[in-house]
Design a protein around this ligand. Sequence first.
Ligand SMILES: [Zn+2]
Length: 379
Amino acid sequence: MKEENELQVLSTANCNDLLKDLEELVSINSQSANIPGIKKVNEWIKHFVADLNPKIIEIPNLIYQSADLLHCIFPAKTEDFQTIALVLHSDTVLSPNNKSPIKIEGQKAFGSGIADMKGGIVSCLYGLKNYLNSCEIQNLEIHLIVSPNEEVGSLGFHDYFRLIGEKCDYAFCFEPALEDESLIVSRSGNKWYSLKTKSSSFHTGRACKYQYNPCHALSELIVSLKSKVMPIEGLKFHVSSIQSNSEHFNRSSSLLECRLDVRFNCRSQVKYFDECLSEELKQFFVEGMNVTVHDDCPTMKNNPLHLASFQEKILQFAPQIKFSSTTGCSDINYFSAEKNVCLDGLGAIGSGMHSRREFIYWDKLPKKAGLVSKILFEL
Ligand SMILES: [Zn+2]
């Protein structure tokens, strides 16, 4: 098939090295709370790109405890150039299985973080290296950005991402592709709310049936909110948890916390949700509710005209590539800006992310690196 050969840009030796490097990376425990392990992954990346002579900047996290963000810049060799961000993260949700960090079953390679996103790290770095070593004149200024804490929301680095996104013509992220192998051209935004209320606890047997009960109020609020939000295309919310401090059948809770995860396609939808939420809170909660926002991630959107011409370029050499949308967020959402084109899913093809059954199709990874390299050549 034409596309198979077109993307086979790495030599056999390179493909073997890629898989060895993947195994080495997966063996490093870089679970989000393990700062020394995350530093080790960052050192590994720095070592990998050292012969390409990047300018290296390490950005400390001034707000939250995390390892530094790694930013490697590969300056263009022409006066007229385009700017591109390649977005990675070095942390994983789970730590590796100590006995066998990688397990191969046929074409599948299992391991913690192998899809999200150790596989993406190697597809990016091999694609980048192949491009930089083979291009005659480098007409791209490349920013390799490695978040140390993406799996906990990259807290502390959102403004930095926005700044880079504003000055880039393109931003590519190496999260896993969608299950049907599609690349991702749009992502919903998310807003996470915590609703907390305090009230006096009462004996539920002795209280009158109309006694104000925050658990009832919360249930009514959820049902009512759902009826207002469900008809809106692209807007959804899920209650991710409800916690209370009562463990008794006959005593009401005095503390109640509800966490909400809202997904949206545009800012006006969040505004609508906020209006509905505040109306419902007034209606159902006589004793008040403390609302805090834990994350407010923008949508990743592309200008349709810019996107169409970019897709056309890719389809010329890889006509099998599919493009799709998802409601999940990643760091790339923060890079999305008016003038740039954002693309995600350039990492591994696999499934079971954040679980003990996380896997990738290891034989497809070299071609992903080839795709990255080809795209860089075509820009
Ligand atoms: Zn990820």
